[in-house]
Design a protein around this ligand. Structure first.
Ligand code: SF4
Length: 251
């Protein structure tokens, strides 16, 4: 039962968003008091949201986490999306000191060796830049969908992120793959060419493989780990504690 003021506000917002289309949902969030930030990983869902923000001219900042380990195709798509829609996508990079500290402790590709090392790498390359991207935000918009994996099956339209002190908004929570594919085709939205090569979910290059027919969408992410709930930590809190300390304070 919701008891924290953020939880109560998120629940009310979720109900308000339920009957609206995507642009309507974004318009409602943009109209609320407080900064709204959308973080895109350039996946299909995120491209749909970016297109809707740009064409609807919604007052929502678009940011991405340029981890330094992305596929070339993903980096190229950042530029192409900016050109297509005439928008600026703010790029947040990891701190070199953090990468050096990580490499000294685990090795640059140490993420294959243990879950701890993997979470630490995601912490340095994703979580810390995310914290900077979300600085001052009241609303964090994401492309989470219920159909992406079993542990996202209950994704609401809005939920309290008590750790970050903001409301997370998932305007595509109820979209199916089929609806999304039809929308992308109808709106001619640019998408990552890797999707056609068997990559429905794309993260960093060393941690993403193509999936086989019949496998779940996210089976190609951190495929060497057994945990069914594996995530990068952006949408769960546990990974933050594994971030190695930089010898210098991070900005
Ligand atoms: Fe590091 Fe892989 Fe996480 Fe990217 S996805 S931050 S390379 S562990």
């Amino acid at each position: 039962m919701a008891s924290h003021p953020l939880e109560i506000a998120a629940k009310a917002l979720s109900l308000e968003l339920e009957g609206l289309d995507l642009s309507g949902r974004l318009a409602v969030v943009a109209s609320l008091e407080g900064k709204s930030v959308f973080t895109t990983s350039l996946g299909i869902e995120d491209q749909v949201i970016t297109a809707a923000i740009a064409t609807g001219r919604h007052d929502i900042e678009v940011s991405t986490l340029e981890t330094g380990r992305l596929f070339n195709e993903t980096v190229a798509l950042i530029d192409k999306t900016e050109e297509t829609y005439g928008i600026l996508i703010r790029r947040f990079h990891p701190e070199q000191d953090d990468i050096d500290a990580y490499a000294a402790k685990y090795g640059l590709n140490g993420f294959y060796d243990s879950v701890e090392a993997r979470h630490a790498c995601c912490g340095v390359r994703k979580l810390k830049p995310l914290a900077r991207a979300l600085e001052g935000a009241s609303f964090w918009i994401t492309g989470l969908r219920r159909g992406q994996s079993g542990n996202r099956a209950e994704t609401p339209f809005a939920e309290a992120d008590l750790e970050r002190g903001m409301i997370k908004v998932n305007p595509l929570a109820d979209w199916s793959n089929e609806v999304m594919a039809a929308h992308v085709a109808a709106e001619n939205i640019p998408v990552n060419p890797l999707h056609k090569r068997g990559y429905p979910s794309i993260g960093c290059e060393p941690c993403t493989r193509a999936i086989k027919p019949g496998e779940p969408e996210r089976a190609g992410r951190w495929w060497w780990e057994n945990d069914e709930k594996r995530e990068c930590g952006l949408h769960v809190a546990e990974a933050a504690s594994a971030i190695p300390q930089s010898p210098l304070p991070a900005s």
